[in-house]
Write a protein of this length. Structure first.
Length: 260
């Protein structure tokens, strides 16, 4: 039986108490992804929106993490159907789509990830990694059910339309972006503002009431705990940048303080 190459939907654990702990990667480096995969994180986010990534560089990171149990999610830069098609063809199964503000946008994204008649995805995976270059003869018939779409809610408009977006069966989860939600609220650079946190916690609770899985990325452990209590299970706990900067700064300060 052929399985899609690491093309496994992330189990989001909405109805139990098991959070899925993940790490964000922005350094566009396969070795970084391999290190994080070897540590045993449940998932890894390869960021092609803010990280200096392209389709080929994401491919090399997918290949680096493939031997490990960690499940890759790829955040793409926009809603472009032609770009979504390219990421699917290299074997991405879990897509995080930024700035999903309406059900119309969500529907267009869903169509871009599905083959006809449900969607508009071009049929070219027989020549691509997703189908093992055509050796998986069932790929075309299985692919629509093996793609996970995670819609990122990053604005007041997205929060306002949350129920419409969450009610769509083929949107597998909602992922909240504190920094952009804060900016949308006129609080640029203030993702830890209490009003911002309240908006997100309310959004998590509303999505949970609809049995829709949710995610968050934050280094604030208390806020993460509050999100989990509200029903959030997809937890972005750290990033490659944070690990490098915080670890390096802590070590350097320990040496300098010892000499004082």
């Amino acid at each position: 039986m052929h399985e899609m190459l690491k093309n496994k939907k992330l189990e989001l654990g909405l109805l139990d108490n098991s959070s899925q702990i993940g790490a964000w990667t922005n350094l566009a480096n396969p070795l970084v992804c391999e290190i994080i995969g070897s540590l045993g994180f449940d998932w890894i986010l390869i960021d092609a929106e803010h990280g200096p990534n392209s389709v080929p560089s994401v491919l090399s990171q997918l290949q680096a993490i493939a031997p490990y149990a960690t499940i890759p999610i790829v955040r793409i830069p926009n809603h472009d159907a032609s770009l979504i098609k390219r990421y699917l063809d290299i074997g991405v199964a879990n897509l995080l789509i930024p700035f999903v503000d309406s059900a119309k946008q969500a529907e267009d994204i869903i169509q871009a990830t599905r083959y006809p008649p449900r969607g508009i995805r071009g049929v070219g995976a027989g020549l691509a990694r997703a189908s093992r270059w055509g050796s998986n003869k069932e790929y075309l018939h299985e692919a629509n059910n093996q793609i996970s779409v995670i819609a990122q809610i990053e604005s007041l408009e997205g929060l306002h339309n949350l129920e419409e977006i969450a009610s769509m069966e083929e949107i597998d989860a909602l992922f909240f972006g504190p920094a952009d939600i804060a900016a949308s609220m006129g609080k640029l650079g203030m993702p830890a503002d209490p009003d911002v946190k309240d908006k997100i916690l309310n959004g998590i609770a509303r999505a949970s009431a609809l049995n829709k899985s949710t995610g968050i990325f934050s280094s604030d452990r208390q806020f993460i705990s509050d999100c989990e209590l509200a029903g959030c299970r997809l937890i972005g706990a750290t990033s490659d940048v944070n690990l490098l900067v915080s670890g390096g700064r802590s070590l350097l300060e320990s040496y300098r303080s010892a000499k004082e």
